[in-house]
Design a binder for this molecule. Structure first.
Ligand code: AMP
Ligand code: MG
Length: 316
């Protein structure tokens, strides 16, 4: 495994690895992905193994062009409108698989649906086009733990390393994509992200916020415990208790801070890196986090924080 800076030669090398069934970690605007050829069962099985990911948690398929979706899934007017409005970008759309879909069935974890998105990052885009195949790419971390938002995080996040890690610097958004299920007549948000409910409703009208059975999640982000650091996490804290690393926001200063000016986009971009910094058992006994407003991308931040704070015995 090696950590490399992107160049046309590196993209070509990475594409060759991917076409051969290998894995490559690459940056997207949300978090780093652990990519493999989505049409190759061996590659997809390698992704699940490297993450220690339960086989019932489906993967997101990344496409380089919107037209690639036509060979993968059934699309409708809602898909066309949302893709036109938000792609490339951090919105994943869950669609029904076509009968002749060449995406590995393991990607869909036994469901008749498939999740697709077009990432808004030059490296991801170039890699997809150079590979010429859709890439399955979950976050490049061990299942249940914090997502990597820079290349160094990837190095320390996986038991089995990918053949190549492309270093694209810090991810701009910092939380995973919004996942929207379009397989039913009423669209449902399965995972909040930086594309908000209001933005989606402005394009396709009312949507629901999915509260599926937590024991049989459609989305692994829905597992009660996920995105978890090693130390325990206490939420809505205004001051540190003895031994706690207080992560501040806005008026709550803290020993670390998500955004001193109370900027939610900045807080999202910093979230996982700061949780990793706080997750230091030599310095602290546990982690506390200041209140984050439940608005805009704040919903996604709070969703990740609640799961980081959830009891660990519910993790799979
Ligand atoms: P991750 O790859 O861990 O960042 O997360 C992938 C997200 O996409 C999870 O929330 C998945 O459950 C969701 N997802 C992928 N495929 C599907 C699908 N077919 N149906 C519902 N959710 C899906
Ligand atoms: Mg993940």
């Amino acid at each position: 495994m090696s950590l490399v800076t992107p160049s046309p030669e590196i993209i070509a090398k990475a594409a060759a690895i991917l076409r051969d069934g290998g894995l490559v970690a690459f940056p997207t605007e949300t978090v780093y992905g652990l990519g493999g050829d989505a049409t190759n069962n061996v590659s997809v099985e390698r992704i699940y193994a490297a993450k220690g990911r339960p086989s019932l948690n489906p993967l997101i398929v990344h496409v380089g062009e919107r037209a690639w979706v036509n060979n993968i899934a059934h699309t409708d007017a809602r898909f066309e409108k949302l893709a036109a409005a938000f792609w490339p970008g951090p919105l994943t759309l869950v669609l029904l698989r076509r009968a002749d879909c060449t995406i590995s069935k393991i990607v869909s974890a036994g469901l008749n649906s498939v999740a697709v998105r077009m990432p808004d990052h030059a490296v991801a885009h170039d890699l997809l086009l150079a590979t010429g195949r859709p890439l399955a790419a979950p976050s490049a971390n061990r299942s249940g733990f914090m997502s990597p938002t820079d290349a160094a995080h990837v190095m320390s996040s996986l038991d089995v390393s990918p053949e190549l890690i492309i270093d694209g610097g810090k991810c701009r958004v910092g939380v995973e994509s919004t996942v929207l299920d379009l397989t039913q007549s009423t669209a449902a948000i399965l995972r909040p992200g930086s594309v908000t409910r209001e933005q989606i409703e402005a394009i396709i009208g009312p949507v629901t916020v999915g509260a599926d059975d937590p024991e049989a999640p459609k989305a692994p982000g829905q597992l009660a415990s996920h995105y978890a650091p090693g130390l325990s996490v206490r939420l809505n804290a205004s001051e540190a208790r003895p031994g706690e690393a207080l992560i501040g926001f806005g008026p709550v200063a803290g020993v670390l801070n998500l955004s001193k000016t109370g900027d939610l986009a900045e807080a999202a971009a910093n979230l996982f890196a700061i949780l990793r910094q706080a997750d230091n058992a030599t310095l602290y006994k546990s982690i506390a986090v200041a209140p984050i407003p439940e608005q805009g991308i704040g919903l996604a931040i709070n969703d990740r924080l609640r799961r980081a704070a959830a009891p660990r015995n519910t993790a799979v």
